[in-house]
Design a protein around this ligand. Structure first.
Ligand code: COA
Length: 163
């Protein structure tokens, strides 16, 4: 039986391990990058469970873990944004993942549904999530929930190096 509950401080280590496992899986299979070649300080910054962002998503009150027999098997990190693309109060999905041994059993669906339902109760008008087009499972999961994808692409400017 899968339980979905709010993220807690004590989940930090297990969620970190699971998120890094999933990032590694993606980088090695899609981008053909060798994990062992990445510098540790870069690895430390990856993901929503990194030192710099875990607390933020914990404090959002809209991040969740999925448990089976007490073990964390999935998570979703989200936050409420005041305004995006002309829509006030948008629930932003930063990261969602399920351990490979527990995929295709409805866990990802339950996690996204929980944050959408609770986000709506807290006044969210929409949910936004960045999807990698080459991750079929992620695209299909979002479609099943009713997300629609338009032609927009996100672009980033690194202000650490911008002058
Ligand atoms: C994407 C991910 C979170 C899906 O989690 P999951 O628990 O396996 O998904 P669910 O079992 O809830 O699937 C819900 C629906 O999504 C679709 N889906 C999920 N995995 C799929 C796959 N591998 N192929 C095709 N459709 C898939 C199906 O429509 C499925 O419904 P169905 O089983 O009734 O057909 C999981 O594959 C994962 O952790 N991947 C690695 C991390 C990742 O890509 N995160 C998303 C970043 S944007």
């Amino acid at each position: 039986m899968v339980e979905i509950r709010a993220l807690k401080e004590s989940d930090r280590g297990h969620v970190r391990a699971l998120e890094l496992f999933c990032i590694r899986e993606y980088l090695e299979s899609s981008l053909k990058k060798n994990w062992d070649d990445l510098p540790q300080d870069l690895i430390d910054q990856l993901g929503a469970s990194s030192k710099g962002s875990f607390d933020h998503y914990l404090d959002s009150g809209l991040s969740y873990v999925a448990l089976e027999e007490g073990q964390i098997i999935g998570f979703v990190f989200t936050q409420m944004m005041d305004f995006i693309n002309n829509v006030p109060k948008v629930l932003w999905v930063e990261s969602v993942a399920v351990h490979p041994d527990h995929r295709r059993k409805g866990v990802g669906y339950k996690l996204l549904k929980k944050c959408a339902t609770d986000g709506k109760k807290k006044g969210a008008k929409a949910v936004q999530s960045i999807i990698m087009p080459d991750l079929a499972a992620s695209v299909m999961l979002h479609k099943k929930l009713g997300f629609f994808m338009d032609g927009r692409k996100v672009s980033f400017l690194d202000l650490e190096t911008f002058q």
